[in-house]
Design a protein around this ligand. Structure first.
Ligand SMILES: [Fe+2]
Length: 346
């Protein structure tokens, strides 16, 4: 496995780059905007293809690199389903798997620091975001933080992992880089409490000042900009309420870009072809499934995904590859489901 722990000294943020092999797919966890050039250089040097950029939660102390990485690599941007961040193109829930080629992480919903905090576990390590830090825990006094929920996330979930599990947090301000679950159980001063009420009292008594960047970072992280705005401007968007008219139309092929787990959890539009987004470049080149289908039949390609972000990037890529009939469902499956609920015909 390729594993790199990268550090942003300004915000004390750790960013993790993971891949199963040189030349393969990569994932990045908690990227910082100012460091995006550095990440992309490293990704090139290691001959990797960035497929997913993940934030463990909405950060208040730095601006996320998710938007810039999406714009420059067309990667999938990932957060938890509680997230209201516009840039997110794939949302995870507790019990999901977060995968790239050769690697699969367990998705754990661990709220408390924020209500959208997630941890990601592999066989020997766990990425804890700001839920569990080295000899500390993430503050719970803003962004819908909840000390009681955090106690449950830590004691009920993270500390149940094997003691030897490596702990890689999103921040450290003392210079520590890694710990273990066993070490934190024994030595983390915040975890030496006798009850959840003791923990809540401890956290509520911290009286911390707000992060310097908070007023800038939170709004910036909420609004990174949508890929689909430009696609709509170019006239390549279909509104969700127009989709029923497309179903059963032999001149149209609907293409579902989501992963299998998303289709199982959220359903699919009947009759759609499944072509996951990470395989898109291959599929839209001559010889690829989508390219051959479009050129052989002249059918109109209507991409869709969960929220319209992956499909917007797919439309641009397909148009760039000469597939002039490509468009997408704006707002994706989410908008289609909403349109169904409000449709007077149903
Ligand atoms: Fe945080």
């Amino acid at each position: 496995m390729i594993f790199r722990q990268l550090f942003d000294a300004t915000s004390g943020t750790y960013t993790y780059l993971l891949a199963s092999r040189r030349g393969g797919e990569a994932m990045i966890i908690d990227p910082v905007l100012e460091k995006v050039d550095r990440y992309l250089q490293l990704i090139r040097e290691l001959d990797l293809k960035l497929v997913k950029a993940v934030d463990t939660h909405l950060h208040a102390d730095h601006i996320t690199g998710l938007g810039a990485l999406r714009d420059r690599t067309h990667c999938i941007t990932v957060m938890g389903e509680q997230s209201g961040v516009d840039v997110v193109s794939m949302r995870l829930a507790d019990g999901d798997r977060l995968g790239i080629e050769g690697l699969s992480l367990d998705v754990m919903y661990t709220p408390g620091h924020t209500d959208d905090s997630y941890s990601f576990a592999m066989a020997d390590r766990v990425f804890t975001g700001d839920t569990l830090l080295i000899r500390g825990t993430g503050r719970t006094d803003f962004q819908n933080g909840d000390a009681r929920a955090q106690y449950q996330s830590i004691f009920g979930r993270l500390l149940k992992l094997p003691d030897e599990t490596l702990v890689f947090p999103a921040h450290d301000y003392k210079g520590d880089t890694v710990s273990t679950i066993g070490e934190e159980k024994a030595c983390n001063p915040r975890l030496q409490v006798k009850s959840v009420d003791d923990y809540v009292a401890l956290m509520n008594g911290l009286n911390l000042s707000n992060p310097k960047m908070m007023d800038v970072a939170v709004p910036a992280n909420m609004r990174q900009g949508l890929a689909q705005a430009e696609i709509a401007r170019r006239g390549w968007a279909v509104m969700a309420d127009q989709v029923p008219a497309l179903l059963g139309n032999h001149d149209v092929v609907l293409i579902d870009l989501r992963e299998r787990s998303e289709r199982e959890r959220h359903g699919e539009i009947p009759g759609a072809l499944h072509a996951p987004y990470p395989d898109l470049q291959e599929n839209i080149q001559p010889g690829g499934m989508i390219y051959e289908l479009a050129t052989a039949t002249g059918k109109r390609l209507v991409f869709y995904c969960a929220f319209g972000e992956r499909s917007a990037m797919a439309v641009q890529a397909a148009q760039d590859a000469g597939l002039a009939t490509a468009c997408h469902i704006q707002g994706g499956m989410d908008a289609w489901k909403r349109a169904q609920q409000t449709s007077p015909a149903r």
